[in-house]
Write a protein that binds this ligand. Structure first.
Ligand SMILES: *Cc1c(COP(=O)(O)O)cnc(C)c1O
Length: 381
């Protein structure tokens, strides 16, 4: 006779409720489900939250990065410096526009690019850098901009994980020329799928709006809402895409944005509780850098040298009913990019092989957290 095992503790659960369900239902009942007034309202609210002039809603952060590459003027023959230590979409966005992703190593403490790691791979062909706020830890954007902007390159911030994090007291991405955000359920603020690209320049914002919608000179929403709309004839001035967000997603996003401060506060509280419970392992838990505060989108921990293989640690945790995850992936170890790294990437390889992501979500209870810590100590030995 075995006792009933306790329910498995997941690594991440989105914090969604009745309010989001109501908002989505209202969008459906309104009859306007594609990009329309709710997308426009979500863009205004997101721009205001960041304190930036322009926010353009899109279907994902991947499509946001794709448009950011085009907006930064990146094309065939160009090189774009990216961290290999990132979700593969960061490198793929560069490949989409015919450019070459050049992998730079990261700071082992933050998992982010630094001016030094970027400097090691700059060439005359470097057209842009994609600086990622990995796991929600703010990247030191100013240092990278100071290095590459005098060379005529643009820094795009991949803030996919960063909503709710702060860089020099401002929301992450607010200081970038162009920044991209994700609203996938693995991030804090979710719309199911969804993304946003923000920028400082009005002409660039107008172009990004056209590019997300087939290159149309007048958006479908504006045509349909114009009085005598049929009289407005649009033109297609360059090749665009269908990277639009729906009004159903935006309705959910508006509610989620209002909950973002509570989400970040809860995650930071739970992360600090992990730190206080983890004993000697606490020193290996991701922490705030000197230049900002993170949202703990990924609460990752580097295993000590004495711990078993990571696969073994994950298996032991799973047996104890804890669903942890391998740490952040490394693109240069995956098939499309294998063998393309030009410099050694020791910190990237250390983090990707020896880190794991602990369960952290808004409704995680202290009892569950205690179980995670007990299981981890046992698993690490
Ligand atoms: C999640 C993520 C993406 C992709 O976001 P989607 O919205 O799923 O397309 C891109 N970059 C980073 C760093 C991410 O973590």
């Amino acid at each position: 006779m075995s006792s009933t095992p306790a329910a498995v503790i997941p690594v991440m659960v989105p914090w969604l409720g009745e309010e989001e369900a109501q908002a989505a239902a209202e969008a459906v009942r309104s009859g306007w489900v594609a990009q329309g007034p709710r997308v426009a309202a979500f863009e205004r609210a997101f721009a205001e939250h960041l304190g930036v002039p322009h926010a353009v809603a899109v279907s994902s952060c991947t499509t946001a990065l794709h448009l950011a590459m085009i907006g930064a003027g990146v094309g065939p023959g160009d090189e774009v410096v990216v961290p290999s230590l990132s979700f593969v979409a960061t490198a793929n966005a560069v490949t989409y526009v015919g450019a070459v992703p050049v992998f730079a190593d990261v700071d082992p403490a933050t998992g982010n690019l630094t001016a030094d790691t970027v400097a090691a791979v700059l060439t005359d062909r470097t057209r842009a850098v994609i600086a990622v706020d990995q796991g929600g830890v703010p990247v030191d954007l100013d240092a990278i901009r100071a290095l590459v902007e005098p060379r005529g390159a643009t820094v795009v911030e991949d803030a996919a994980c960063g909503a709710g994090s702060l860089y020099r007291r401002r929301p992450v991405g607010a200081a970038a020329e162009i920044a991209a955000y994700s609203f996938h359920p693995r991030k804090l603020l979710t719309t199911g799928e969804g993304g946003m690209v923000t920028c400082q320049d009005a002409d660039l914002a107008a172009r990004l709006r056209r590019l997300r919608e087939h290159g149309m000179s007048v958006s479908a929403a504006d045509r349909h809402s114009a009085s005598g709309g049929a009289a407005v004839v649009e033109t297609y001035d360059e090749i665009g895409f269908n990277h639009r967000m729906t009004d159903i997603q935006a309705a959910v996003g508006l509610v989620q944005l209002g909950k973002l401060p509570a989400m970040v506060a809860r995650r930071r509280e739970l992360a600090e509780r992990y730190r206080s419970l983890l004993g000697p392992l606490a020193a290996r838990l991701v922490a705030d850098p000197a230049h900002g505060t993170g949202n703990y989108q990924a609460c990752w921990l580097l295993l000590p040298d004495t711990a078993p293989d990571r696969t073994e640690v994950l298996a032991r945790l799973a047996a104890a009913g804890v669903s942890a995850r391998r740490g952040i992936m490394a693109a240069h170890l995956e098939a499309p990019y294998k063998g393309t790294a030009r410099v050694p990437l020791p910190a990237t390889e250390l983090i990707t092989h020896r880190s794991l992501i602990l369960p952290l979500f808004h409704t995680l209870t202290e009892e569950q957290q205690d179980r995670v810590v007990a299981a981890l100590r046992e698993a690490v030995g």
